[in-house]
Design a protein around this ligand. Structure first.
Ligand SMILES: [Zn+2]
Length: 462
């Protein structure tokens, strides 16, 4: 590593530390959850205000900025090869605050070296870091070969229509990294498949069936209300029975977890469905539907539905049923699958239809193919080598079931800034959770990694 450069980066970060935190706080203060579109605000006024604020902060650093019709915006440093450019991309929209906060989610707090507030880690903190990376290069007076854009998206959390618009109307970068996941470098994301298993109108014993809070999470609670006499029912593990009027509420108690990594979870919907089957609490149509549910819930590897497979870069397919609810007398079970390269959305759909027969219908299917870039390419090596140099680690790229902006670009990876071995303090929470927390020292280290990685990427031939 160039020691003089190293010291200049450290000094820059030290000098700008307070302002970096203030700028993150200014973005956190804007509630930028997607809302109904308004004039000049395709993702609602909150997302637009956060985008405007980002570009205002960038302009204050003397960077050129552009607002791409309020879908996305960027700050840019010029370079000699103006027909090509490098990019970073973060997002300034957030998920809703939700419950359980110990302070105002939109008033950033600092506690024992941690930032707390909605978006400090996902992804407003990283957004500000990428602006400061450009600020460093500008103040350094670095003559760039490729222009560098710090892209700011306004719709990552709810559909990524920002980047869709951008790539339709603007040329793609020659290489792009997105600080919106974990270090070191993620060079592959599984394909994703979503659909619903819908029952016919059964007019049987099941009066209601509900469970789960999100399509992408394994539920720890579910229950069905069944028309039967509690005296004829027997106990079962992880099941409780409660009389409710003349009927019985059958409750399942499982273990929750994320759809992308369901190992160790226990799906409460599956527990209830199996109990209803075992105790014959169904008519014929309900039985056929419950058997389809059993096939879904019996294996998070998709064995019951005949869709299990695994490959080298990604490992096994996963599938979970996140929510079940009633709609116009039908039971609706959502499904979320993350799949490797050995299958496809069409193959999965066909196998599920075959497995469920006439017991359920498969509806609302949406699928996206896996995204994978060879790890041993110059740009990805530039990222991972920089990470290892700064941290002293010997990390290698990884793949995951989650999805980021990277999959939309021709040549892109996600690159930090989270660390999966990070232990949260008891007052802090994860991304998307209450009391979302980010450690200040790790954020500032990430800024150093981004500056040095961009300098290294500038040396490459694209
Ligand atoms: Zn994010």
């Amino acid at each position: 590593m160039d020691q003089a450069l190293n010291q200049r980066v450290d000094a820059f970060i030290e000098q700008n530390r307070e302002q970096i935190l203030k700028d993150i706080a200014a973005l956190v203060a804007i509630d930028s959850v997607e809302s109904a579109p308004a004039e000049g605000a395709p993702f609602g006024p909150g997302a637009k205000a956060a985008l405007d604020k980002t570009l205002e902060i960038a302009a204050g650093m003397g960077l050129a900025t552009r607002n791409c019709e309020n879908y996305l915006g960027y700050a840019e440093l010029p370079g000699k090869e103006a027909d090509k450019y490098l990019a970073t991309i973060c997002h300034v929209d957030v998920v809703p605050a939700g419950n359980g906060w110990t302070g105002d989610p939109f008033a950033m707090r600092v506690q024992e070296g941690w930032l707390l507030g909605r978006g400090v880690s996902d992804d407003k903190g990283p957004m500000i870091l990428t602006l400061y990376a450009l600020k460093f290069l500008k103040e350094e007076g670095t003559e760039l070969r490729y222009p560098i854009r710090a892209l700011a998206g306004a719709n990552e959390e709810t559909g990524m229509k920002d980047v869709e618009y951008y790539l339709e109307h603007y040329a793609a970068p020659v290489f792009c990294f997105t600080p919106d996941a974990e270090f070191p470098v993620c060079n592959g994301e599984k394909g994703h498949f979503n659909g619903k298993l819908v029952s016919p109108v059964c007019n049987g014993m099941i009066r209601s069936f509900e469970g789960g809070v999100a399509n992408n999470a394994v539920p720890d609670q579910a229950s069905a209300l069944v028309a039967c006499d509690i005296a004829r029912l027997s106990n079962a593990p992880n099941i409780t029975l409660e009389p409710e009027g003349d009927w019985v509420r059958v409750r399942g108690w499982g273990r929750s977890g994320h759809a992308a990594s369901p190992a160790g979870t226990l799906n409460a919907i599956g527990l209830v469905a199996d109990y209803l089957l075992a105790n014959n609490l169904c008519n014929e149509a309900e039985r056929a539907y419950l058997e389809a549910l059993h096939k879904l819930h019996s294996s998070t590897a998709g064995e019951g539905l005949g869709i299990a497979c695994a490959d080298g870069p990604f490992g096994p397919l996963t599938i979970i049923g996140g929510r079940i609810y009633m709609e116009e007398g039908r039971m609706v079970q959502t499904m979320d699958s993350r799949f490797p390269t050995c299958t496809s959305g069409e193959v999965i759909s066909a196998a599920i239809r075959e497995a469920i027969g006439s017991g359920a219908s498969l509806e609302d299917v949406q699928a996206g193919e896996p995204f994978y870039i060879e790890a041993d390419t110059p740009a990805i090596r530039a990222c991972i080598d920089t990470y290892n140099e700064v941290t002293g680690e010997n990390a290698t790229p990884f793949t995951m079931g989650g999805g980021t902006y990277a999959r939309h670009f021709p040549y892109a990876v996600s690159f930090g800034p989270e660390h999966n071995d990070m232990v949260l303090p008891e007052f802090g929470g994860p991304m998307h959770g209450a009391n979302e927390a980010a450690p200040i020292d790790k954020l500032l280290e990430a800024l150093k990694i981004y500056i040095l990685a961009l300098l290294r990427l500038e040396q490459l031939d694209f």
